[in-house]
Write a protein that binds this ligand. Structure first.
Ligand SMILES: Nc1ncnc2c1ncn2[C@@H]1O[C@H](COP(=O)(O)OP(=O)(O)OP(=O)(O)O)[C@@H](O)[C@H]1O
Ligand SMILES: [Mg+2]
Length: 453
């Protein structure tokens, strides 16, 4: 921080004002005001780090001024200067929001500076904490997961319920439905958030490598094990271990996981020393574990241990009502990343997005929006900016004839009409199909005069 902190001095006596200014202006960017009105104006205009105010001021007293300053969105640190000996007033001042007080009669500049520095340090810490927390929350917390469809709301509730516990969670769902982002949210919302979350992509490694990856190995445990190595379980100590693509793991490792889930113990490869770790497991799969069990490649007992809580992420096509929200989120993200002024979709483009079936789910939608933002030449993404696959299917389906001047509302109306047609007018099913709550669905039926459908 190269800039000097800003300081506002409020005092009706010129010698005091000027004396303080002279003493402090080397280290602070000093402003002065002779009464509460002048101070109020400055507070509106500038953002101050510190306000140093006399209690006795012509119109409004220093305490009222402090109360006003503290109601600003970015309030300064407030230090009240009181007449010597008015201890009671000082206590009152602290109660009313002052951060510190100082007796004017024996005002010592070093002491004043020390107090200002201390208050500033305290505030910088607070600001830093808040922004760190916001960064973490906004990257991994639930705020980052978009969804208003009833199934998504249910998922958010379950996530909030299980996050504080150590229960093993199994995340299922097609590729790109958001399993990993949910796993991160669970970790982030858990008391383990300050400890590591370690991810292992189980499908990427052979059985031997996966075993040593997970549990570690001793030097010489197998050809190529030149050094002792700490495994992911140990690295995740106190935190969360996320086992992605759990359906792919070898039978020998399934046994070891089963044991860990039962006893919380394991051994490094090539060692017979039993270790333990306080680790919460989250597993994910886009395969049906049930069918792997039937096929004999996945242990049923492990399945039950993993699935203490199962969260199934539905395919995007079953929550098409969330498409506009997700699309807007990704649009903002990629417009910023690419420094483009794109800020919306044409109704045609939006209808295209809503009509496509998204086999690659949210990930595919995200990539499609990135593609469109990069190609977009105006302020709105047009249908022609979308990837051919998205446009192509839309043309082939051509279930809805889109006019160029179609509005967003019309696109939504048509989505509803189509859902009603597909479900023979069953409103509950139709709402479910496009992932709207029944209430929203009914509200929209009313708004679009579709009650008679
Ligand atoms: N509801 C959502 N809100 C915002 N972003 C989402 C949402 N769901 C998924 N995403 C984003 O979509 C992409 C794919 O999500 P993620 O990696 O979590 O899927 P996955 O289910 O783990 O897929 P796979 O099975 O292929 O590994 C990520 O960029 C993720 O941030
Ligand atoms: Mg994943």
């Amino acid at each position: 921080m190269a800039e000097k902190p800003t300081l506002l001095i409020v005092d009706d006596e010129k010698p005091t004002r000027e004396g303080l200014r002279a003493a402090l202006e080397e280290r602070y960017d000093v402003y002065i005001a002779e009464d509460a009105n002048a101070a109020g104006e400055l507070l509106e205009r500038e953002s101050f780090d510190v306000m140093l105010t006399d209690f006795r001021l012509p119109n409004e007293d220093g305490l009222k001024l402090i109360a006003r300053a503290k109601s600003l969105s970015r309030p300064p640190i407030c230090i009240l200067m009181t007449a010597y000996g008015s201890e009671e007033l000082a206590v009152d001042a602290m109660k009313r929001g002052a951060d510190d007080y100082i007796a004017k009669g024996r005002l010592q500049i070093d002491e004043l500076e020390m107090r200002i520095a201390r208050a500033l340090k305290q505030r910088n810490l607070e600001v830093e904490n808040v922004s760190l927390r916001q960064q973490l929350d906004s990257r991994f917390g639930l705020e980052n997961i978009v969804g208003e469809a009833p199934v998504m709301r249910e998922i958010f509730e379950i996530v909030q319920q299980v996050a504080p516990t150590r229960a093993t969670v199994l995340l299922t769902g097609e590729s790109g439905t958001g399993k990993e982002i949910v796993a991160k949210a669970i970790h982030q919302l858990s008391p383990r958030a300050r400890q590591p979350m370690v991810t292992v992509h189980c499908a990427a490694l052979s059985a031997t490598l996966l075993e040593s990856e997970l549990f570690g190995h001793e030097k010489g445990a197998f050809t190529g094990a030149h050094e002792r190595r700490v495994g992911r379980f140990e690295q995740a100590q106190g935190g969360t271990l996320f086992l992605d693509e759990i359906g792919e793991i070898d039978a020998s490792i399934q046994v070891k996981l089963l044991r860990f889930l039962g006893e919380r113990t394991f051994e490094r490869v090539g060692s017979n020393k039993t270790l333990t770790a306080d680790v919460r497991l989250i597993a994910a799969t886009n395969k049906s574990l049930e069918s792997l069990i039937k096929a004999g490649t996945f242990r049923e007992d492990l399945f039950f241990r993993l699935r203490v809580v199962e969260i199934n992420l539905p395919p995007l096509r079953e929550r098409a009502g969330d498409i506009p929200l997700l699309a807007q989120k990704f649009l903002r993200e990629f417009a910023q990343e690419n420094g483009k002024a794109v800020n919306d979709f044409t109704a045609d483009a939006l209808a295209g997005l809503m009509n496509y079936s998204w086999p690659g789910n949210v990930r595919e939608l995200r990539t499609a929006i990135e593609h469109a933002v990069v190609l977009c030449r105006g302020e709105k993404i047009a249908a022609r900016d979308l990837p051919p696959s998205v446009r192509g299917v839309r043309a082939a389906e051509a279930q809805i004839s889109m006019r160029n001047d179609l509005t967003v509302k019309e696109a939504e109306k048509q989505l509803i009409v189509r859902a009603l047609k597909d479900t023979d007018g069953n409103r509950t099913l139709a709402a479910k199909k496009i992932g709207m709550s029944r209430r929203t669905f009914h509200r929209k039926l009313h708004a679009y005069h579709l009650e008679g459908f």
